[in-house]
Design a protein around this ligand. Structure first.
Ligand code: GLU
Length: 403
């Protein structure tokens, strides 16, 4: 029997070309070690350590007992939740949107994937400011597009300029991804910087995909702004992404959304109707309770993060070989560890940030994500959305290993 040609036996090139999300991979490795009885402290996943607010949990429990919540919802999401998201977007992003411009997704990650699937044809390029969240280039590539990283560094606090964009734009550029506050750097753009970037994108007729998931987490007077609110000409070609995961400590409930022009949303609804039908009805009702429940839990969590941020940045900066730009938003610190490359730690010469992350896990039982995964070798990402106690223990272990 002739063997089947490799085209038949192999898996799709598109999916074979991607690798596991590095943030989730490190989180998985840490959890596996904990399950095996090791006392690992994880700064890896960006996941608030707070429980979901009690009134949200109660609303979900009531929904579980209500047969109406046991069935499909419209593919776009529950009408009341779409309405509540529109209200939240008008309040926080200051965008004049209504419920017809909202689609509920399975976490914001699915909104990222849908946005690029709806926008891109093969070969379309997307400008992605680097360091970037690990999923962005893969989501663009999976949608058939070409991710084009636009490098930034500590000298500008990891913020893009129009000159940087000019260097990377081509006649295949279709969209600009914009993230503020940023994962992994914590950078928050000033209004003037956003205006310049937004006007540049508008003048070129580009789409903008705006990740607004960290909108609630800004510090030291830095402020969240939505790019299409700063430059309203962008609104017909803007897709804004957000969700309840970070602000309401609801990562596992998987409720996010995209907000865009009605034509984009109807295309996305068609897509979603074939991809997953709808997001869990009970989870949508939980998200509705969160959005209707007011901002108190969000403010409390933000205040705690603001203090942790000061503590972790100060202690990391004091470590030999570490240098941090103070993050102004989100819940990450992104120190340079270039100073440790070539140094011997417990008999092992550090080759780079990925090697150092492995070493920290092995020798100190501390999990962090190497900057390599974010397009920025030479850095490590620390999430400080872990308990105060764990944070203290983890930092003390690093101090003991490195000092
Ligand atoms: N967005 C979070 C992070 O960067 C959650 C993990 C993930 O989905 O990548 O850690």
């Amino acid at each position: 029997m002739p063997s089947a040609p490799s085209r038949v036996t192999s898996l799709s090139r598109r999916v074979s070309a991607i690798s596991e999300s590095a943030t989730l991979a490190m989180d998985r490795r840490a959890k596996e070690l904990v399950a095996a009885g090791q006392k690992v402290i994880s700064f890896a996943a960006g996941e608030p350590d707070f429980p979901t607010p009690q009134m949200v949990v109660e609303a979900a429990a009531r929904a579980c007992h209500d047969p109406r919540a046991h069935h499909y919802t419209p593919a776009a999401g529950l009408p009341d939740l779409r309405e509540a998201v529109a209200l939240k977007t008008r309040r926080d992003s200051r965008l004049p949107v209504d419920a017809s411009q909202v689609m509920i997704t399975s976490g914001t990650k699915q909104a990222v994937s849908h946005a690029f699937t709806v926008l891109l044809d093969p070969g379309d390029e997307v400008l992605i400011p680097a360091p970037y969240w690990v999923t962005f280039p893969e989501a663009v590539a999976l949608a058939g597009g070409v991710p084009v990283p636009v490098a930034t560094d500590e000298t500008t606090n990891f913020k893009l300029s129009v000159d940087d964009l000019e260097r990377c734009v081509t006649d295949r550029t279709k969209a600009l991804l914009f993230v503020s506050p940023s994962n992994p750097t914590g950078a928050v753009y000033r209004l003037e910087q956003m205006r310049a970037i937004g006007e540049w994108a508008a003048a070129r007729g580009l789409w903008v995909v705006c990740d607004e998931i960290y909108d609630a987490f800004t510090y030291d007077g830095a402020e969240f702004n939505s790019l299409p609110a700063v430059v309203p000409e962008l609104q017909p070609r803007a897709i804004c992404l957000n969700g309840v995961a970070k602000a309401y400590a609801m990562t596992g409930w998987r409720v996010g959304w995209m907000v865009a022009a009605p034509t984009v949303i109807s295309a996305a609804i068609n897509l979603q109707s074939h991809v997953c039908g709808n997001i869990s009805n009970v989870s949508q009702l939980a998200a509705l309770a969160a959005l209707q429940g007011g901002l108190e839990p969000v403010r409390e969590m933000r205040a705690v993060f603001a203090q942790r941020r000061q503590r972790i940045a100060a202690r990391l900066n004091a470590l030999p070989g570490f240098e941090c730009v103070p993050p102004e938003g989100a819940f990450y610190v992104f120190p340079s560890v270039q100073g440790l490359v070539g140094r011997s730690l417990e008999g092992h010469v550090v080759q780079g940030s990925a090697d150092l992350a492995d070493l920290l896990l092995d020798k100190a039982k501390v999990a962090v994500v190497p900057g390599d995964a974010f397009g920025a070798p030479g850095f490590l990402r620390f999430s400080y959305a872990l308990s105060e106690e764990d944070m203290g223990v983890g930092l003390a272990r690093l101090e003991a290993l490195l000092s």
